[in-house]
Structures are given as C-alpha cells and as structure tokens.
Ligand binder design. Structure first.
Ligand code: FES
Ligand code: FES
Length: 156
C-alpha cells in the first residue's frame, strides 16, 4: 500500500491504496464518483471513460499509480466545462440514452471529440465513438445529440 496524491475534478486527494489498482475502482469506491461505470473491465466498451489531461481515457485497467501527476476529470464535473455542458444538454434534448449505462462514457468521449474537432461531420462522430459500445442501440440519438451540441456551440 502507498499513499498517492491525485487531482480529481480540481481537488487534490490523498488515497492510500495498492498503486496497481485501476483508477476506476479508486474513483468509484474511494471517492464516491460513480459516474464512470465498470462494463467489460478490459478497455473494450468505453463505459469507464474519464478525462485524463483533457483526453477521454478508459480507466478500468489504468493503474492509479501511473496517473498521480495528471489532471483527472470525471463526468460529475463535466458541466463546469462549456463543451461538456453543451453535450449534456444535447443528450437530454435528444433523449440520447436508454438504460444509461454507456452514457457517461459517451458524454466524456463526445466532449473530448468536440474539443478536438468543433464541427465534426457524421463520419467523424462515428469514428470518434467507435470504441464505445451501447447495448441498447441508442447510437442514432447519440449522433444527433453530438450534432446538436456542435451546432449550439457554433451558434455561441
Ligand atoms: S469498463 Fe473500461 S472499457 Fe469497458
Ligand atoms: S443506453 Fe443502454 S447501453 Fe447505451
């Protein structure tokens, strides 16, 4: 066990843990941030995505000991970001979730995508989200939500 310092949603946290513990478990079990979900646990579904240094990252297999110097933002704080807030409004407006299990990871990915490419065409959205699975088949509404968020942001 080691005591590690993490910056999560702008707050410095001291966590005593095995440094090989995946970040997702620390977020959910130690910090009570349950927005990121455990789906596959194998970096193959996207349910666990969080921002690490501004980039959407799957954290179900990412040892927390490797992330101590980085800035971690979870979906719980994404509305503090104008792009993240626009994405969340658009997901609500389009009803872009069914069970919602995949949704937080997709919202994180969509925010990252729009920060990198504020005007993605449909193909860029599909490619940007291709690592995120949705078993409910909400893909069409997710794409519509991302297009809506991009439009809202472009309109200022
Ligand atoms: S739970 Fe991390 S990618 Fe599936
Ligand atoms: S909304 Fe259910 S898995 Fe995507």
């Amino acid at each position: 066990m080691e005591t590690l310092s993490l910056t999560v949603n702008g707050v410095r946290q001291e966590i005593t843990c095995d440094p090989s513990t995946p970040l997702l478990y620390i977020l959910r079990n130690d910090l009570g941030l349950t927005g990121a979900k455990l789906g596959c646990g194998l970096e193959q579904c996207g349910a666990c995505a969080v921002m690490i240094d501004g980039e959407a990252t799957f954290c179900c297999n990412r040892p927390v000991g490797e992330i101590t110097e980085k800035d971690i933002v979870t979906v719980e704080a994404l509305s503090n970001d104008p792009v993240g807030a626009a994405v969340q409004r658009a997901f609500l407006a389009e009803g872009a979730a069914q069970c919602g299990y995949c949704t937080t990871g997709i919202v994180v990915a969509a925010t990252s995508l729009l920060k990198e490419n504020p005007a993605p065409d449909r193909n860029a959205i599909v490619v940007g989200l291709e690592d995120h699975l949705c078993r409910c088949g909400s893909h069409a509404r997710v794409i519509a939500a991302i297009e809506r968020a991009a439009q809202e942001l472009a309109n200022g």
